[in-house]
Ligand binder design. Sequence first.
Ligand code: UT7
Length: 366
Amino acid sequence: MTRYAHIIGWGHAVPDQVLTNDDLAQRVDTSDEWIRTRTGIRERRIAAPDEYTSTLATRAASEALRMAGVHPREVDLIVVATNTGDYIFPATAALVQDALGASRAGGFDIQAACTGFVYALTIASDMIKAGSIHTALVIGAETLSRIVDWEDRNTCVLFGDAAGAFVLQAADEPGGVLHSVLRADGSGADLLKLPTCGTRNPVSHEALERRMQYMHMNGREVFRFATRVMNSATREVVEKAGLTLDDIAWIAPHQANRRIIEAAAKALKRPMDHFLLNLDRYGNTSTASIPLAIYEAAQAGRIRPGQYGVLVAFGAGLIWGAALVQWTGPRPTRAARPRPRWHRVASKAGSWLRRARRYVEGRLTR
Ligand code: UT7
């Protein structure tokens, strides 16, 4: 029997601190007018010092699990798409697993720049369809404010912090994540990158002096690439599903620049109100941008069961991709089951106990 991977819960997390264009104009040579007209962004959220990618991811995941009526212990796999994981390793997914008390889950991170959420969704849904797992958490989470050069007006006006999460679960009825198109072209690797902190250019005084620990981008070239692939990837995934663009009720584009989305709308001959947009309030939140836009649209009742939608993204690599979903929504038979407080307390206590046991065992076997 064919198995499907339905999206049965969604959640989000955004930091409280709002940074407006006017705030930015006091730091670098820019203006609200330039940012609004060239990008469509009005403000973005910035993580507090004690907020990390893992804490935003955990909040978004908790909300998604609550909506799905799924207990953390029922999760088989956690995939976190991120470019700003808490560490290079361990994986942020492991920190989320521990914080949620998802005691039976495996987890890993995926780094495919701003297309990471589309990749993560594809991997998790394909594992569900193959029968190797039943329930997955797919999270896009970023604290980009930590890798943005706040002295570079070409990049610092664009990005923000956020997280979005989906709960995927196996189902026999058709629907959910149906098809994907995943592409890469590494010849464009220099167009957008974080030059140091990896192994090619390890952190050094010289690297720090050259501000290589921050994001570097050729915005104009990324813009040209983005307008091309948003169109081609959307068409390709719709064709793969045996549908036409007229069958698609909504498109959730990566929220990088309103002008890129307008160009895609023109190339696809779709009206702008077909596109789920929120970059005016959050800026570019990379892997979080698509699940966050879908979260808001679903909460507002703009996305309805049975509708076909396309998620389409592009980013550093160069990497791009699209996924076609048929919206199903939470299972009607499962009442939303808030995550019991005792489980949160018990999983935290369990985590400390495991640390303590590791410590004692280490002392005894020394
Ligand atoms: O997730 C993927 C990540 N990246 C992206 O999606 C970025 C894609 N690219 C873009 O969105 C646009 O290329 C930008 C918003 C980055 C730049 O817009 P643009 O219309 O392509 O501007 P530009 O790079 O052609 O620059 C035009 C002018 C330049 O001045 P000169 O050389 O003409 O004197 C820039 O220095 O605008 C200047 N400029 C700014 N002026 C005020 C660049 N950034 C700013 C700024 N405020 N923040």
